[in-house]
Unconditional design. Structure first.
Ligand SMILES: C[S@@+](CC[C@H](N)C(=O)[O-])C[C@H]1O[C@@H](n2cnc3c(N)ncnc32)[C@H](O)[C@@H]1O
Length: 286
């Protein structure tokens, strides 16, 4: 097991399945990881760099990845990330790689707060919904979704350490912001996560390779078939959109293009007779 930094939004290449376990935000407890090979490895290999070291390594990474000019253009984004963490007393920044050798590999690369906010505002998704982030990492999108106004936010994450980080971050955010949103982080492989009938907004920041995404989207399709309801899929950095979201089942209801992996597409289910018609015209912007 190696912890390393990585500066890109990449779907994991090696699969690994863990059982499902629910963590309630605010308990401060790490997941029981005895059955999980991922957890056993991560416990022994976990190493936390101090904030100045993290900042220095982020600086080096950014220079190497973007060059001097590119780096300068990235400065506002870095500030927006740092400002987000400072504002809520959370630690969601930085890119990480969880390398389990031949068995699995997972990347953590958080969504940019400003771009998440812009996309949700542009798409105009109604707020009285339950939001789910598949591959929630340290929980940044859950905080953003709570701030947007969703009363229930859930995260599904396969790496126990990041689940525990998400839980800690969410309880800090709730203390700081005073938001009384219903929050849940579930330790699970997204493929085996059972979609619940109240879940209506499904978010992906390019967390998976196509086969894993297809399995999760099939679970969503089955759930919508069994319990027809209004639903939205927001897919950021949508690399596998064409191979996974078939025209027969999904209608493209919005698209926002953006730099640095921050394009967004919005899908709505087709043929969902009990679903309410979209409240807004489709959104397409460059
Ligand atoms: C690109 S990061 C996105 C983090 C978060 N959604 C965000 O936008 O800030 C992808 C996350 O998906 C998780 N992941 C990858 N494969 C998974 C799987 N099969 N089940 C659940 N989570 C998974 C990774 O561990 C990582 O935390």
């Amino acid at each position: 097991m190696v912890w390393a930094s990585r500066g890109r939004n990449v779907a994991s290449r090696k699969g690994h399945s863990v059982g499902e376990e629910t963590l309630q935000a605010g308990t401060g407890s790490a997941p029981s990881a005895s059955e999980s090979a991922v957890a056993a490895d991560t416990r022994t290999a976990r190493a936390r760099a101090s904030l100045p070291l993290q900042a220095a390594s982020a600086f080096r990474r950014a220079l190497a990845a973007h060059g001097v000019r590119g780096f300068l253009s990235q400065i506002p984004h870095y500030f927006s990330e740092v400002a987000f963490d400072l504002r809520y007393g959370v630690r969601t920044s930085g890119q990480l790689l969880m390398d389990g050798g031949a068995d699995y590999e997972f990347d953590y690369d958080p969504i940019e707060p400003r771009r998440f906010r812009d996309a949700f505002r542009a798409f105009g998704i109604p707020t009285n919904q339950t939001f789910v982030d598949f591959g929630c990492g340290k929980g940044r999108p859950l905080i953003l979704a709570g701030n947007y106004g969703f009363p229930r936010v859930r995260g599904v994450e396969i790496v126990p350490e990041w689940c525990a980080d998400a839980e800690r971050n969410l309880s800090r955010w709730q203390r700081r912001s005073g938001r009384s949103c219903d929050v849940e982080v579930v330790l699970s492989d997204a493929r085996t996560y059972e979609i619940r009938p109240d879940e209506t907004v499904f978010f992906f920041f390019n967390p998976f390779p196509a086969d894993v995404l297809r399995a999760v989207v099939t679970n969503i399709e089955n759930s919508l078939e069994q319990q027809p309801r209004n639903a939205w899929v927001v897919y950021a950095n949508p690399l596998h959109r064409h191979s996974v979201f078939s025209d027969a089942r999904w209608e493209l209801a919005g698209e926002l293009s953006g730099a640095d992996h921050h394009s967004f597409v919005l899908y709505r289910p087709r043929g969902n007779e009990r679903a309410v018609a979209p409240e807004r015209e489709p959104v397409f912007a460059r």
